[in-house]
Design a protein around this ligand. Structure first.
Ligand code: SAM
Ligand code: DTB
Ligand code: SF4
Length: 336
């Protein structure tokens, strides 16, 4: 979808937008099913990058304690617990600029992934920048999806991150797609962006070939010590509108209501699910930040009569549309 189409959608009366996005959702997914995903930070803090929202950047003075890469045993313990608690996707995040084949840490992560992928859950990792060879290695190790967010528009990105570029992010996404992994790519609201920035993000994401398999929508959790620590909370209606636009722009993707749920009312979350969100991070912790308690989420889903999505560990990446131009992942005019 192009920017003009997205702007037209976004400007609809709230309930008209919700009606349309709900129809798209019903056409693409079984009614009333939410995917539960568990996140684990396998390498916390000390990151070289300067993402202005992130407590894991080494550039800011935050309360976060840096940690080494977790052992395989520790990760497996969390992964087994996640499966027992009903999660069907296990996402491992590392605070790195990226990974390079042949290094000790890459080999260790690959070894961890091989074991986690034997548990029958979808395996998602987010390790930063990847080259083509690293992407193939991760695919072969059993990764189902690679999370690499664009976070905002190409225009606003340099205001938020200066240590790598939007182009770098797009290159990694292309490598992930070429290796046959699904792409998980979304954004973050509340980082001083305009509505146009949000819609430009959706314009870029919706022009990927293939479109991403999942689109996480995060709301800023302001982290003391980071440049965005004092940013105001996102208007809940704006969050719902963004979810609805994402659902329409990327109809077959799981739209994940991601960071920031601790500050949302049950009613706002219910509107997000109606608008097309069908996945959440489940468990008391995200990477470093708080998430609603699992019991509270179970209660909310039960109150709304929502069920959970079955696991699909053999999830195939969406296929590339060969009839479209062989652009990396978005057409130059809609991107950078
Ligand atoms: N280092 C990897 C990378 O940059 O892709 C992976 C981890 S990074 C923490 C993954 C995503 O988490 C970011 O792209 C951003 O959307 C989200 N995120 C990070 N800090 C956040 C915060 N304080 N509030 C909300 N979302 C946040
Ligand atoms: C995504 O889009 N959100 C998740 C996951 N992908 C890796 C991360 C949210 C991080 C929230 C801040 C924290 O826990 O430090
Ligand atoms: Fe590092 Fe990722 Fe945080 Fe940026 S978002 S500082 S790359 S961990």
């Amino acid at each position: 979808m192009n920017l003009a189409e997205l702007q037209e959608l976004h400007a609809l009366p709230f309930f008209e937008l919700l009606k349309r996005s709900h129809e798209v959702h019903e056409a693409s997914f079984p009614a009333g099913k939410i995917q539960l995903c568990t996140l684990l930070s396998i390498k916390t803090g000390g990151c070289s990058e300067d993402c202005a929202y992130c407590t894991q950047s080494a550039r800011y003075e935050t309360d976060l304690k840096n940690e080494r890469l977790l052992s395989k045993e520790t990760v497996m313990e969390s992964a087994r617990a996640a499966r027992e608690n009903g999660s069907t996707r296990f996402c491992m995040g590392a605070a790195w600029r990226g990974v390079r084949g042949g290094t000790e840490r890459f080999n260790q992560v690959v070894d961890i992934i091989k074991d986690v992928s034997s548990l029958g859950m979808e395996v998602c990792v987010t390790l930063g920048e990847l080259g083509p060879d690293e992407a193939v290695t991760l695919k072969e190790a059993g990764v189902t999806a690679y999370n690499h967010n664009l976070d905002t528009s190409p225009e606003h990105y340099p205001n938020i991150v200066t240590s790598h570029t939007y182009e770098d992010r797009l290159r990694t996404i292309r490598n992930v797609q070429d290796a046959g992994m699904s792409v998980c790519c979304g954004g973050i609201l509340g980082i001083s962006e305009t509505i146009t920035d949000r819609l430009r993000l959706l314009e870029v994401i919706s022009s990927f070939n293939p479109q991403p398999e999942s689109v996480p929508i995060n709301s800023l959790m302001p982290m003391p010590g980071t440049p965005l620590a004092n940013n105001p909370q996102v208007d809940p209606f704006d969050l719902v509108r963004m979810i609805a636009c994402a659902r329409i722009a990327v109809p077959n993707a799981k739209v994940r209501l991601s960071a920031g749920r601790t500050r949302l009312s049950d009613e706002t979350q219910a509107l997000c699910f109606y608008a097309g969100a069908n996945s959440i991070f489940y468990g008391d912790k995200l990477l470093t930040a708080d998430n609603p308690e699992a019991g509270k989420d179970r209660e909310l889903l039960a109150k709304l009569g929502l069920d959970t999505l079955e696991p699909n560990p053999s999830l195939e990446a969406p296929s590339i549309d060969r009839d479209l131009a062989a652009s990396p992942c978005c057409s130059p005019k809609s991107c950078c």
